[in-house]
Design a protein around this ligand. Structure first.
Ligand code: PLP
Length: 435
Protein backbone atom coordinates (compact mmCIF):
# COMPACT_ATOMS: atom_id res chain seq x y z
CA UNK A 1 0.00 0.00 0.00
CA UNK A 2 1.34 3.42 -0.91
CA UNK A 3 2.27 6.12 1.53
CA UNK A 4 -0.64 8.41 2.23
CA UNK A 5 -3.20 5.60 2.30
CA UNK A 6 -1.09 3.79 4.87
CA UNK A 7 -0.94 6.82 7.14
CA UNK A 8 -4.67 7.46 6.85
CA UNK A 9 -5.48 3.82 7.52
CA UNK A 10 -3.37 3.96 10.67
CA UNK A 11 -5.27 7.06 11.77
CA UNK A 12 -8.58 5.48 10.89
CA UNK A 13 -7.82 2.41 13.00
CA UNK A 14 -6.76 4.56 15.92
CA UNK A 15 -9.72 6.97 15.91
CA UNK A 16 -12.68 5.25 14.29
CA UNK A 17 -14.31 2.11 15.71
CA UNK A 18 -14.37 -1.11 13.70
CA UNK A 19 -18.21 -1.23 13.57
CA UNK A 20 -18.46 1.16 10.58
CA UNK A 21 -16.89 -1.37 8.22
CA UNK A 22 -14.69 -0.87 5.15
CA UNK A 23 -14.68 -3.18 2.14
CA UNK A 24 -11.40 -1.75 0.81
CA UNK A 25 -8.42 0.15 2.19
CA UNK A 26 -8.67 2.99 -0.35
CA UNK A 27 -9.00 6.64 0.61
CA UNK A 28 -10.49 8.59 -2.29
CA UNK A 29 -9.28 12.02 -3.34
CA UNK A 30 -11.65 12.60 -6.24
CA UNK A 31 -14.20 10.79 -8.38
CA UNK A 32 -15.87 11.56 -11.71
CA UNK A 33 -18.29 9.41 -13.68
CA UNK A 34 -17.25 5.81 -13.05
CA UNK A 35 -13.66 6.44 -12.01
CA UNK A 36 -12.22 7.19 -8.59
CA UNK A 37 -8.68 8.33 -7.80
CA UNK A 38 -7.19 7.73 -4.38
CA UNK A 39 -4.88 9.89 -2.28
CA UNK A 40 -1.86 8.12 -3.77
CA UNK A 41 -3.03 8.68 -7.33
CA UNK A 42 -4.24 5.11 -7.97
CA UNK A 43 -7.20 4.88 -10.35
CA UNK A 44 -10.17 2.63 -9.71
CA UNK A 45 -13.03 1.72 -12.01
CA UNK A 46 -16.17 1.77 -9.89
CA UNK A 47 -18.52 -1.21 -10.17
CA UNK A 48 -19.90 -0.46 -6.68
CA UNK A 49 -21.19 3.13 -6.89
CA UNK A 50 -20.79 3.64 -3.14
CA UNK A 51 -23.25 0.72 -2.63
CA UNK A 52 -25.66 1.67 -5.36
CA UNK A 53 -25.73 5.42 -4.85
CA UNK A 54 -24.05 6.71 -7.99
CA UNK A 55 -26.31 5.54 -10.83
CA UNK A 56 -25.85 8.92 -12.58
CA UNK A 57 -22.09 8.84 -11.89
CA UNK A 58 -19.80 10.57 -9.44
CA UNK A 59 -20.14 14.34 -9.50
CA UNK A 60 -22.55 14.50 -12.44
CA UNK A 61 -22.23 18.14 -13.65
CA UNK A 62 -25.99 18.75 -13.32
CA UNK A 63 -26.06 17.42 -9.76
CA UNK A 64 -23.01 19.47 -8.79
CA UNK A 65 -24.50 22.60 -10.38
CA UNK A 66 -27.79 22.11 -8.51
CA UNK A 67 -26.02 21.65 -5.16
CA UNK A 68 -23.77 24.68 -5.75
CA UNK A 69 -26.66 26.87 -6.78
CA UNK A 70 -28.67 25.85 -3.73
CA UNK A 71 -25.68 26.29 -1.39
CA UNK A 72 -25.31 29.85 -2.66
CA UNK A 73 -28.96 30.56 -1.80
CA UNK A 74 -29.60 28.74 1.50
CA UNK A 75 -28.51 25.43 3.01
CA UNK A 76 -31.01 24.75 5.74
CA UNK A 77 -34.20 26.22 7.06
CA UNK A 78 -35.94 22.99 8.18
CA UNK A 79 -39.04 22.14 6.16
CA UNK A 80 -41.06 22.14 9.39
CA UNK A 81 -40.14 25.78 10.08
CA UNK A 82 -40.03 27.52 6.70
CA UNK A 83 -40.77 25.59 3.53
CA UNK A 84 -39.08 25.67 0.11
CA UNK A 85 -40.12 24.87 -3.44
CA UNK A 86 -37.75 21.97 -4.17
CA UNK A 87 -39.30 19.73 -1.46
CA UNK A 88 -42.81 20.18 -2.81
CA UNK A 89 -41.76 19.99 -6.47
CA UNK A 90 -39.86 16.74 -5.88
CA UNK A 91 -42.79 15.22 -4.00
CA UNK A 92 -45.17 16.13 -6.85
CA UNK A 93 -42.81 14.57 -9.44
CA UNK A 94 -42.45 11.32 -7.49
CA UNK A 95 -46.21 11.07 -6.95
CA UNK A 96 -46.67 11.38 -10.69
CA UNK A 97 -43.90 8.88 -11.48
CA UNK A 98 -44.77 6.11 -9.01
CA UNK A 99 -46.91 3.27 -10.38
CA UNK A 100 -50.63 3.37 -9.61
CA UNK A 101 -53.45 5.51 -10.91
CA UNK A 102 -54.52 6.74 -7.48
CA UNK A 103 -53.76 9.86 -5.41
CA UNK A 104 -50.35 9.74 -3.74
CA UNK A 105 -48.32 11.77 -1.29
CA UNK A 106 -44.58 11.81 -0.53
CA UNK A 107 -42.52 12.67 2.52
CA UNK A 108 -38.74 12.83 2.78
CA UNK A 109 -36.17 11.55 5.25
CA UNK A 110 -32.39 11.18 5.22
CA UNK A 111 -31.49 7.51 4.77
CA UNK A 112 -32.96 4.28 3.50
CA UNK A 113 -33.42 2.99 7.03
CA UNK A 114 -35.26 6.16 7.99
CA UNK A 115 -37.61 5.79 5.02
CA UNK A 116 -38.38 2.23 6.15
CA UNK A 117 -39.04 3.43 9.72
CA UNK A 118 -41.48 6.05 8.43
CA UNK A 119 -43.21 3.63 6.08
CA UNK A 120 -43.89 1.30 9.02
CA UNK A 121 -45.13 4.19 11.17
CA UNK A 122 -47.51 5.22 8.39
CA UNK A 123 -49.00 1.77 7.74
CA UNK A 124 -49.42 0.94 11.43
CA UNK A 125 -51.18 4.25 11.99
CA UNK A 126 -53.35 3.97 8.91
CA UNK A 127 -54.34 0.33 9.35
CA UNK A 128 -54.52 0.35 13.17
CA UNK A 129 -52.79 -3.04 13.14
CA UNK A 130 -49.41 -3.92 14.71
CA UNK A 131 -47.82 -6.70 12.65
CA UNK A 132 -45.43 -6.42 9.71
CA UNK A 133 -44.38 -9.33 7.51
CA UNK A 134 -40.91 -9.27 5.99
CA UNK A 135 -38.69 -11.80 4.22
CA UNK A 136 -35.75 -14.11 4.66
CA UNK A 137 -32.64 -12.62 3.02
CA UNK A 138 -34.23 -9.17 3.26
CA UNK A 139 -32.24 -6.06 4.19
CA UNK A 140 -33.89 -2.82 5.26
CA UNK A 141 -31.23 -0.92 7.23
CA UNK A 142 -29.53 -0.62 10.58
CA UNK A 143 -31.90 1.39 12.81
CA UNK A 144 -33.99 -0.64 15.26
CA UNK A 145 -37.13 -1.27 13.21
CA UNK A 146 -35.20 -1.57 9.94
CA UNK A 147 -32.73 -3.95 11.60
CA UNK A 148 -35.59 -5.99 13.05
CA UNK A 149 -36.99 -6.37 9.53
CA UNK A 150 -33.55 -7.38 8.25
CA UNK A 151 -32.88 -11.07 8.00
CA UNK A 152 -29.13 -11.74 8.09
CA UNK A 153 -27.88 -12.13 11.67
CA UNK A 154 -24.14 -11.63 11.18
CA UNK A 155 -23.08 -8.87 11.00
CA UNK A 156 -26.34 -6.89 11.10
CA UNK A 157 -28.12 -8.17 14.23
CA UNK A 158 -25.73 -10.15 16.39
CA UNK A 159 -25.55 -8.67 19.88
CA UNK A 160 -27.96 -5.81 19.17
CA UNK A 161 -31.20 -7.31 20.48
CA UNK A 162 -33.88 -7.11 21.72
CA UNK A 163 -35.48 -6.28 18.41
CA UNK A 164 -38.76 -4.56 17.59
CA UNK A 165 -41.82 -6.74 18.23
CA UNK A 166 -44.57 -7.77 15.79
CA UNK A 167 -42.16 -8.60 12.96
CA UNK A 168 -42.82 -11.88 11.14
CA UNK A 169 -40.56 -13.37 8.49
CA UNK A 170 -41.56 -15.43 5.45
CA UNK A 171 -39.35 -17.31 2.98
CA UNK A 172 -38.72 -15.34 -0.25
CA UNK A 173 -38.81 -16.39 -3.90
CA UNK A 174 -35.17 -17.47 -4.05
CA UNK A 175 -35.54 -19.88 -6.97
CA UNK A 176 -31.86 -20.88 -7.17
CA UNK A 177 -32.09 -22.10 -3.57
CA UNK A 178 -35.83 -22.64 -3.28
CA UNK A 179 -36.78 -22.59 0.41
CA UNK A 180 -39.58 -25.04 -0.39
CA UNK A 181 -37.37 -27.42 -2.37
CA UNK A 182 -39.40 -26.84 -5.55
CA UNK A 183 -38.52 -25.88 -9.12
CA UNK A 184 -39.84 -22.94 -11.13
CA UNK A 185 -42.16 -22.89 -13.09
CA UNK A 186 -43.56 -26.26 -11.98
CA UNK A 187 -43.82 -24.90 -8.43
CA UNK A 188 -46.56 -22.51 -9.54
CA UNK A 189 -44.84 -19.94 -7.30
CA UNK A 190 -46.02 -21.75 -4.16
CA UNK A 191 -43.82 -19.46 -2.04
CA UNK A 192 -46.31 -16.63 -2.67
CA UNK A 193 -49.34 -18.80 -1.91
CA UNK A 194 -47.61 -19.83 1.31
CA UNK A 195 -48.67 -16.46 2.70
CA UNK A 196 -52.17 -17.91 3.25
CA UNK A 197 -50.67 -20.68 5.39
CA UNK A 198 -48.44 -18.16 7.15
CA UNK A 199 -51.60 -16.39 8.33
CA UNK A 200 -52.61 -19.60 10.10
CA UNK A 201 -49.27 -20.47 11.67
CA UNK A 202 -47.55 -17.14 12.33
CA UNK A 203 -49.78 -14.06 12.39
CA UNK A 204 -53.42 -13.30 11.63
CA UNK A 205 -54.18 -11.16 8.59
CA UNK A 206 -56.45 -9.01 10.78
CA UNK A 207 -53.35 -8.10 12.84
CA UNK A 208 -51.14 -7.41 9.83
CA UNK A 209 -50.62 -3.81 8.73
CA UNK A 210 -48.17 -4.47 5.90
CA UNK A 211 -45.87 -6.72 3.99
CA UNK A 212 -42.51 -5.18 3.16
CA UNK A 213 -40.38 -6.62 0.37
CA UNK A 214 -37.48 -5.60 -1.82
CA UNK A 215 -38.33 -6.06 -5.52
CA UNK A 216 -34.84 -7.53 -5.98
CA UNK A 217 -33.13 -8.35 -2.72
CA UNK A 218 -29.96 -6.26 -2.56
CA UNK A 219 -27.76 -7.26 0.37
CA UNK A 220 -29.52 -10.65 0.32
CA UNK A 221 -27.90 -11.61 -2.98
CA UNK A 222 -29.68 -9.85 -5.86
CA UNK A 223 -32.42 -12.44 -5.52
CA UNK A 224 -34.92 -11.83 -8.33
CA UNK A 225 -38.45 -13.28 -8.01
CA UNK A 226 -40.27 -14.74 -11.03
CA UNK A 227 -42.90 -12.60 -12.86
CA UNK A 228 -45.88 -14.12 -11.01
CA UNK A 229 -44.54 -13.48 -7.52
CA UNK A 230 -45.51 -9.90 -6.72
CA UNK A 231 -48.88 -9.99 -8.52
CA UNK A 232 -49.75 -13.03 -6.38
CA UNK A 233 -48.57 -11.37 -3.16
CA UNK A 234 -50.50 -8.23 -3.97
CA UNK A 235 -53.70 -10.18 -4.63
CA UNK A 236 -53.48 -11.74 -1.17
CA UNK A 237 -52.72 -8.31 0.36
CA UNK A 238 -55.84 -6.87 -1.29
CA UNK A 239 -57.94 -9.75 -0.02
CA UNK A 240 -57.04 -8.93 3.61
CA UNK A 241 -56.64 -5.13 3.28
CA UNK A 242 -52.91 -5.34 4.01
CA UNK A 243 -50.56 -2.68 2.65
CA UNK A 244 -47.78 -3.74 0.29
CA UNK A 245 -44.59 -1.74 0.89
CA UNK A 246 -41.92 -2.12 -1.77
CA UNK A 247 -38.45 -1.15 -0.60
CA UNK A 248 -36.74 0.34 -3.65
CA UNK A 249 -33.79 1.76 -1.72
CA UNK A 250 -31.23 -0.29 -3.66
CA UNK A 251 -33.18 -1.39 -6.75
CA UNK A 252 -34.87 1.95 -7.49
CA UNK A 253 -33.79 5.11 -9.32
CA UNK A 254 -33.18 3.27 -12.57
CA UNK A 255 -30.93 0.51 -11.27
CA UNK A 256 -32.94 -2.17 -13.09
CA UNK A 257 -33.49 -0.13 -16.26
CA UNK A 258 -36.87 1.16 -15.05
CA UNK A 259 -37.19 4.01 -12.57
CA UNK A 260 -38.93 1.76 -10.04
CA UNK A 261 -37.85 -1.89 -10.11
CA UNK A 262 -41.38 -3.06 -9.21
CA UNK A 263 -42.55 -1.83 -12.63
CA UNK A 264 -41.03 -5.06 -14.03
CA UNK A 265 -43.76 -6.99 -12.18
CA UNK A 266 -46.64 -4.69 -13.13
CA UNK A 267 -47.61 -4.19 -9.50
CA UNK A 268 -48.79 -0.96 -7.88
CA UNK A 269 -47.49 -0.88 -4.30
CA UNK A 270 -49.37 1.02 -1.60
CA UNK A 271 -46.09 2.50 -0.37
CA UNK A 272 -42.60 2.74 -1.86
CA UNK A 273 -39.37 3.57 -0.06
CA UNK A 274 -36.63 5.17 -2.13
CA UNK A 275 -33.10 6.39 -1.28
CA UNK A 276 -29.49 5.87 -2.42
CA UNK A 277 -29.13 6.81 -6.13
CA UNK A 278 -32.18 9.01 -6.30
CA UNK A 279 -30.32 12.02 -4.91
CA UNK A 280 -27.01 11.38 -6.70
CA UNK A 281 -24.97 10.91 -3.53
CA UNK A 282 -26.72 13.39 -1.24
CA UNK A 283 -28.46 11.95 1.82
CA UNK A 284 -32.15 11.77 0.97
CA UNK A 285 -34.89 9.17 1.13
CA UNK A 286 -38.56 9.18 0.31
CA UNK A 287 -41.75 7.42 1.28
CA UNK A 288 -44.24 7.60 -1.58
CA UNK A 289 -47.70 6.19 -1.01
CA UNK A 290 -51.45 6.23 -1.21
CA UNK A 291 -52.81 9.53 0.05
CA UNK A 292 -55.24 7.93 2.48
CA UNK A 293 -52.36 6.11 4.21
CA UNK A 294 -49.66 8.79 3.95
CA UNK A 295 -52.01 11.47 5.22
CA UNK A 296 -53.33 9.41 8.14
CA UNK A 297 -50.76 10.27 10.86
CA UNK A 298 -51.56 13.46 12.76
CA UNK A 299 -49.70 16.76 12.30
CA UNK A 300 -46.22 16.50 13.82
CA UNK A 301 -46.25 12.68 13.85
CA UNK A 302 -43.72 12.49 11.01
CA UNK A 303 -40.61 14.48 10.12
CA UNK A 304 -37.10 15.36 11.23
CA UNK A 305 -34.74 18.35 11.37
CA UNK A 306 -32.83 17.57 8.17
CA UNK A 307 -35.49 15.53 6.38
CA UNK A 308 -35.69 16.58 2.75
CA UNK A 309 -32.95 19.18 3.10
CA UNK A 310 -32.75 21.69 0.23
CA UNK A 311 -29.38 20.54 -1.14
CA UNK A 312 -30.59 16.95 -1.38
CA UNK A 313 -33.94 17.89 -2.93
CA UNK A 314 -32.23 19.97 -5.61
CA UNK A 315 -29.79 17.11 -6.30
CA UNK A 316 -32.70 14.67 -6.63
CA UNK A 317 -34.53 16.96 -9.07
CA UNK A 318 -31.35 17.00 -11.18
CA UNK A 319 -31.14 13.18 -11.02
CA UNK A 320 -34.74 12.85 -12.26
CA UNK A 321 -33.92 15.13 -15.19
CA UNK A 322 -30.78 13.14 -16.04
CA UNK A 323 -32.52 9.77 -15.89
CA UNK A 324 -35.83 10.65 -17.49
CA UNK A 325 -35.10 13.52 -19.87
CA UNK A 326 -31.43 13.09 -20.78
CA UNK A 327 -31.82 9.41 -21.70
CA UNK A 328 -29.69 7.82 -18.98
CA UNK A 329 -32.41 5.30 -18.17
CA UNK A 330 -32.18 4.09 -21.77
CA UNK A 331 -28.42 3.81 -21.40
CA UNK A 332 -29.01 1.73 -18.23
CA UNK A 333 -31.09 -0.74 -20.24
CA UNK A 334 -28.39 -1.04 -22.89
CA UNK A 335 -25.76 -1.48 -20.20
CA UNK A 336 -27.89 -4.23 -18.64
CA UNK A 337 -28.16 -6.11 -21.95
CA UNK A 338 -24.41 -5.90 -22.57
CA UNK A 339 -23.58 -7.04 -19.04
CA UNK A 340 -26.05 -9.93 -19.08
CA UNK A 341 -24.60 -11.32 -22.32
CA UNK A 342 -21.04 -10.94 -21.04
CA UNK A 343 -21.86 -12.65 -17.74
CA UNK A 344 -23.58 -15.52 -19.55
CA UNK A 345 -20.41 -15.99 -21.61
CA UNK A 346 -18.38 -15.98 -18.40
CA UNK A 347 -20.76 -18.54 -16.91
CA UNK A 348 -20.09 -20.86 -19.86
CA UNK A 349 -16.36 -20.52 -19.30
CA UNK A 350 -16.17 -20.61 -15.51
CA UNK A 351 -17.84 -23.44 -13.56
CA UNK A 352 -17.77 -21.33 -10.43
CA UNK A 353 -20.60 -19.10 -11.73
CA UNK A 354 -23.70 -21.00 -10.67
CA UNK A 355 -26.27 -18.41 -11.70
CA UNK A 356 -26.48 -15.04 -13.41
CA UNK A 357 -29.62 -13.13 -12.36
CA UNK A 358 -31.15 -9.70 -12.02
CA UNK A 359 -32.71 -7.04 -14.20
CA UNK A 360 -31.10 -4.28 -16.28
CA UNK A 361 -27.67 -3.44 -14.92
CA UNK A 362 -28.58 -4.78 -11.44
CA UNK A 363 -26.98 -8.17 -11.95
CA UNK A 364 -25.65 -10.78 -9.58
CA UNK A 365 -23.31 -13.70 -10.18
CA UNK A 366 -23.79 -16.43 -7.57
CA UNK A 367 -20.52 -18.28 -7.08
CA UNK A 368 -20.63 -21.95 -6.09
CA UNK A 369 -17.96 -24.63 -5.58
CA UNK A 370 -20.09 -27.24 -7.31
CA UNK A 371 -23.02 -26.60 -9.65
CA UNK A 372 -24.79 -29.73 -8.40
CA UNK A 373 -24.51 -29.22 -4.64
CA UNK A 374 -24.47 -25.39 -4.96
CA UNK A 375 -22.00 -25.17 -2.10
CA UNK A 376 -21.44 -21.40 -1.70
CA UNK A 377 -17.99 -20.24 -2.88
CA UNK A 378 -17.68 -17.71 -0.08
CA UNK A 379 -13.90 -17.60 0.23
CA UNK A 380 -13.53 -17.51 -3.55
CA UNK A 381 -15.89 -14.52 -3.82
CA UNK A 382 -13.88 -12.72 -1.15
CA UNK A 383 -10.67 -13.46 -3.03
CA UNK A 384 -12.23 -12.27 -6.31
CA UNK A 385 -13.17 -8.94 -4.74
CA UNK A 386 -9.65 -8.59 -3.29
CA UNK A 387 -7.94 -9.44 -6.58
CA UNK A 388 -10.12 -6.97 -8.48
CA UNK A 389 -9.29 -4.25 -5.98
CA UNK A 390 -5.55 -4.91 -6.43
CA UNK A 391 -6.03 -4.58 -10.18
CA UNK A 392 -7.98 -1.33 -9.91
CA UNK A 393 -11.63 -2.43 -9.90
CA UNK A 394 -14.01 -1.79 -7.02
CA UNK A 395 -16.46 -4.67 -6.82
CA UNK A 396 -18.89 -5.74 -4.09
CA UNK A 397 -20.21 -9.08 -2.95
CA UNK A 398 -23.51 -9.76 -1.20
CA UNK A 399 -25.77 -12.65 -0.21
CA UNK A 400 -26.25 -14.60 3.00
CA UNK A 401 -23.07 -16.54 2.26
CA UNK A 402 -21.22 -13.56 0.79
CA UNK A 403 -20.90 -15.52 -2.46
CA UNK A 404 -22.78 -13.25 -4.87
CA UNK A 405 -20.93 -10.66 -6.94
CA UNK A 406 -23.13 -7.67 -7.75
CA UNK A 407 -22.94 -4.86 -10.30
CA UNK A 408 -23.76 -1.32 -9.18
CA UNK A 409 -21.64 0.71 -11.60
CA UNK A 410 -22.70 4.21 -12.70
CA UNK A 411 -24.72 4.19 -15.92
CA UNK A 412 -22.40 6.87 -17.35
CA UNK A 413 -19.52 4.40 -17.44
CA UNK A 414 -17.83 4.60 -20.87
CA UNK A 415 -17.54 1.51 -23.07
CA UNK A 416 -13.79 1.61 -22.58
CA UNK A 417 -14.05 1.75 -18.77
CA UNK A 418 -16.62 -1.05 -18.84
CA UNK A 419 -14.37 -3.26 -20.97
CA UNK A 420 -11.43 -2.55 -18.69
CA UNK A 421 -13.49 -3.48 -15.61
CA UNK A 422 -14.88 -6.64 -17.21
CA UNK A 423 -11.37 -7.68 -18.28
CA UNK A 424 -10.19 -7.33 -14.66
CA UNK A 425 -13.18 -9.36 -13.51
CA UNK A 426 -12.44 -12.13 -16.00
CA UNK A 427 -8.73 -12.21 -15.21
CA UNK A 428 -9.57 -12.51 -11.50
CA UNK A 429 -12.22 -15.18 -12.16
CA UNK A 430 -9.58 -17.12 -14.06
CA UNK A 431 -7.19 -16.82 -11.10
CA UNK A 432 -9.71 -18.02 -8.51
CA UNK A 433 -10.78 -20.86 -10.82
CA UNK A 434 -7.16 -21.98 -11.35
CA UNK A 435 -5.45 -21.29 -8.03
N1 PLP B 1 -33.35 -0.92 2.18
C1 PLP B 1 -32.59 -1.54 1.26
C2 PLP B 1 -33.24 -2.41 0.24
C3 PLP B 1 -31.20 -1.33 1.22
O1 PLP B 1 -30.46 -1.95 0.30
C4 PLP B 1 -30.62 -0.49 2.20
C5 PLP B 1 -29.17 -0.26 2.22
O2 PLP B 1 -28.38 -0.94 1.62
C6 PLP B 1 -31.46 0.13 3.15
C7 PLP B 1 -32.83 -0.10 3.10
C8 PLP B 1 -30.89 1.04 4.19
O3 PLP B 1 -30.45 2.22 3.60
P1 PLP B 1 -29.47 3.20 4.39
O4 PLP B 1 -28.14 2.50 4.44
O5 PLP B 1 -29.44 4.44 3.55
O6 PLP B 1 -30.05 3.41 5.72
Amino acid sequence: MANQSEQLLKMRNEHVPQGPFNTTTAFIREAKGAVMVDVDGREFIDFAGGIGVNNVGHCHPKVVAAIKDQADKFIHTCFHVTMYESYVELAAKLNELAPGDFPKMTMFANSGAEAVENAIKVVRYAKKRPAVICFENGFHGRTYMAMSLTSKIKPYKLGFGPFAPEVYRMPYAYCYRCPMGLKYPKCNVACADYLEEFFITHVAPESTAAIIAEPIQGEGGFVTPPPEYFPKLQKICHKYDIALIIDEVQAGAGRTGKFFAIEHWGVEPDLITLAKSFAGGMPLSAVIGRTEMMNAPHVGGLGGTYSGNPLSCRAALAVLEILLEDGLLQRARELGNTLFKRFQDLQEKYEIIGEVRGKGPMLGLELVRDRETKEPATEEAKELVRLCFEKGLILLSCGNFGNVIRTLMPFVITDEQLEKGLAVMEESLHEISNP
